[in-house]
Design a protein around this ligand. Structure first.
Ligand SMILES: Nc1nc2c(ncn2[C@@H]2O[C@H](COP(=O)(O)OP(=O)(O)OP(=O)(O)O)[C@@H](O)[C@H]2O)c(=O)[nH]1
Ligand SMILES: [Mg+2]
Length: 361
């Protein structure tokens, strides 16, 4: 990959980033988050380093236990000597609550563990919006060499779709509270989940909730005829049971159906505060990555992201050129009397503004 390092002026930052200094990562992230001039050159220079990390999206309703789960995962990952970066988008509860964490894992690089890096960010940046900047911060963590990059978002609107597009593996975390699985269906979470987790499994309703979710998933995956005896002596019931087992009915090993290479979406149960089920979640994350690699889906997803990034950066560039660094605001102000009196339509004014930055457009 032709990295255009020469275009990025702060050579020192690049060097210390490449040398793996956590402070350089923090600086690079701020640079990108603030859209400081040159940030796209920085990202361009680092682009060739991408692709090492498994990008994991963790989404779900507020308070489902996403951060607690991530802490648990991070602790396990660290034991394997892998490093992990976390981007938490708009958390409703603070990520760095020491009490939550106890002594299990050290949060900040300042304390001494440079193998974990957590960054909280607001979803609404300036021009360009949430998705691109979040992805770019995840890119920096990937380029820095983390084996796992986790993006946490509260799944209440559009954001979870964006997160699914931005990651390799999407985990949807629900709680046993009744209605969660119904909500999941409504919010379109069924479509984006690679793995479901029913957290707070220490609560009595957890088993029922997980069962419900599995039923819904099975129906959606076209296994509605499980219980109907098939022709030719094929025992569909047994096949379905085997699938269900592979899908993690016992809270465990999810796997791709070896025959069809189809990923059976597992429903895991965890009690994140006590760490129960977290090792199984990590195993399942590994299994999903393996599945993506085996089927070529990983490359497909990543290529799609690269193309999408071009679109996003072009759109951002256009917006910047028109509004932030360009004549848009002034021209709009000048056209205001005409717009208010109805002499000109919004379309005429928009066209004029666009033409001023793209003469041949
Ligand atoms: N009983 C029980 N409580 C849990 C469990 N996991 C997390 N919690 C608690 O649920 C609350 C919310 O946990 P978080 O990890 O902050 O949840 P979150 O999904 O990250 O929340 P937001 O980012 O604010 O949406 C905390 O008080 C946790 O201690 C669990 O397995 N069982
Ligand atoms: Mg959180």
């Amino acid at each position: 990959m032709a990295a255009k390092k020469s275009k990025f002026s702060d050579r020192k930052l690049l060097e210390s980033f490449e040398a793996g200094e956590a402070r350089a990562l923090a600086r690079a992230i701020s640079w990108v988050e603030n859209g400081r001039p040159g940030f796209e050159d920085l990202l361009s220079a680092l682009h060739g380093k991408l692709g090492r990390a498994q990008r994991i999206g963790i989404t779900g309703p507020p308070g489902a236990g996403k951060s607690t789960l991530i802490h648990g995962l991070a602790a396990l990952v660290r034991k394997r000597d892998e490093r992990v970066g976390v981007v938490a988008v708009d958390p409703t509860s603070p990520f760095t609550g020491g009490a939550l964490l106890g002594d299990r894992i050290r949060m900040t690089s300042a304390i001494g563990d440079e193998g974990i890096f957590i960054r909280s960010m607001a979803s609404r940046g300036s021009l360009g919006g949430l998705a691109t900047t979040t992805r770019e911060v995840a890119d920096l963590m990937d380029a820095f060499g983390f084996e796992r990059v986790v993006v946490e978002t509260v799944g209440v609107g559009q954001s979870e779709l964006e997160i699914a597009e931005a990651t390799d593996t999407t985990v949807v975390v629900l709680t046993p509270e009744s209605g969660d699985s119904v909500q999941a269906m409504k919010a379109g979470l069924m479509e984006i989940a690679d793995i479901f987790v029913v957290n707070k499994a220490d609560r009595p309703e957890a088993k029922r909730a997980a069962g419900e979710l599995r039923t819904v998933l099975r129906i959606r995956q076209g296994q509605t005829f499980d219980r109907i005896p098939a022709h030719h002596g094929v025992d569909l019931t047994r096949m379905a049971e085997r699938r269900a087992r592979a899908g993690g009915d016992d809270g465990g090993e999810a796997a791709a159906d070896a025959g069809t290479k189809r990923w059976e979406i597992p429903v895991l149960m965890t009690a994140a505060t006590g760490g129960e089920g977290v090792p199984e979640l990590l195993e399942t994350l590994d299994a999903h990555l393996g599945h993506l690699e085996e089927t070529g889906e990983l490359t497909i997803r990543r290529n799609r992201r690269t193309l999408e990034r071009v679109r996003a950066v072009v759109n951002r560039g256009l917006r910047t050129r028109v509004w932030r660094g360009g004549p848009g605001t002034e021209m709009l102000e000048a056209a205001r009397p005409d717009l208010e009196s109805g002499r000109r339509s919004p379309y005429e004014v928009a066209d004029e503004i666009l033409r001023s930055v793209m003469p041949d457009g």
